[in-house]
Design a protein around this ligand. Structure first.
Ligand code: Q46
Ligand code: ZN
Ligand code: ZN
Length: 310
């Protein structure tokens, strides 16, 4: 099978555009796709300094590589990696993120949760029941990651935080927001949330890439990524079932997932409902929160530190 653009061997077939690509042309195709998303949704408008959240996994590594290729020298890029303290898993993933920062000569900050805040995600996981924390470990981990990223971006005067959420993540978020009826969940499905009251804008440049496309992109540019799953990743969840159902429709109707996302974004844009929630300041740390008293992070940290002391 030959590339549709040159004589090289093809490594990927894209059913939505009915073309096949060699390594070089596939990298070009994906980079253009991300660039078009950034332009169409004005993701980098007014952004002079950008935090890129890099876990070391395939999506965040692709994000870092693509943004570096497209914007190095035009926007100040700062990589941020959080060592969540999930034993070997976190250490190995963080090492891969570091390797990319060094290779690309990008400024970076690595935060060790244990050193900086006195607890780890493993600690939460082991003590969830005793601590009476009823949310899932991934939901608690999400609170921690969002808090730490926002704090660093805010201290570093960054204009936005880019995350590696891909099309599957966003489509699931749309469906999750319909199930929960939560405005906060709906906000997580947007490609860009505005900066307000200490909350730094968040952007998702990989919104129109599938899992398979970010994987193939890394392979096309010969980039190393951390491929192991987090030991706490929840199996057999509603998320998996929803994504499997969407994938089987996509298989029969190429382009279905992309148009679902495009049309959803048009609807949200026209109603402007998702981004108008009130932002309070946490009474403990002063960071932005949707709770009128203390933020979810400080509440979690207080519970954990009390427990560690006893
Ligand atoms: S790191 Fe944290 Fe993920 Fe592990 S505990 Fe869940 S959310 S699965 S991306
Ligand atoms: Zn080619
Ligand atoms: Zn707080």
């Amino acid at each position: 099978m030959k590339c549709s653009y040159c004589n090289m061997q093809a490594i990927a077939w894209e059913p939505a555009v009915r073309r096949q690509y060699c390594n070089n042309h596939y990298a070009w195709f994906i980079e253009r796709k991300v660039e078009k998303t950034i332009e169409k949704y004005k993701l980098l408008q007014g952004v002079r300094k950008l935090v890129i959240a890099v876990s070391g996994g395939k999506d965040s590594v692709a994000l870092l590589r693509i943004l570096h290729k497209l914007y190095d020298g035009k926007i100040k890029l700062l990589g941020v990696t959080i060592d969540l303290g999930i034993d070997q898993y976190s250490r190995e993933a963080s090492m891969i993120a570091l390797k990319h920062y060094k290779e690309l000569s990008i400024d970076y900050i690595c935060v060790d949760l244990k050193e900086e805040y006195g607890f780890t995600i493993s600690y939460i996981k082991m003590n969830k029941r005793v601590l009476r924390l009823h949310r899932s470990i991934c939901s608690l981990c999400g609170t921690v990651k969002r808090y730490v990223l926002n704090k660093i971006a805010s201290e570093e005067n960054a204009d936005a935080i880019a995350t590696g959420h891909n099309m599957n993540d966003l489509l699931y978020q749309i469906i999750a927001s319909m199930i929960s009826g939560s405005r906060e969940d709906l906000g997580k499905a947007l490609l860009k949330t505005p900066s307000r009251n200490g909350l730094v804008s968040r952007i998702k440049p990989l919104a129109f890439l599938s899992d398979k496309q970010t994987l193939l992109y890394n392979m096309a540019i010969d980039s190393v990524f951390f491929w192991k799953s987090c030991p706490y990743a929840e199996q057999g969840t509603l998320k998996r079932d929803v994504l499997d159902a969407l994938d089987s429709i996509e298989h029969k109707h190429p382009g279905f997932k992309e148009s679902l996302l495009v049309n959803f974004l048009k609807l949200v844009e026209s109603t402007k409902q998702a981004t108008t929630g009130i932002v309070y300041k946490c009474k403990r740390c002063g960071m932005p929160t949707n709770k009128p008293d203390i933020c979810a992070f400080c509440k979690l940290r207080e519970t954990l530190l009390e427990r560690i002391k006893t």
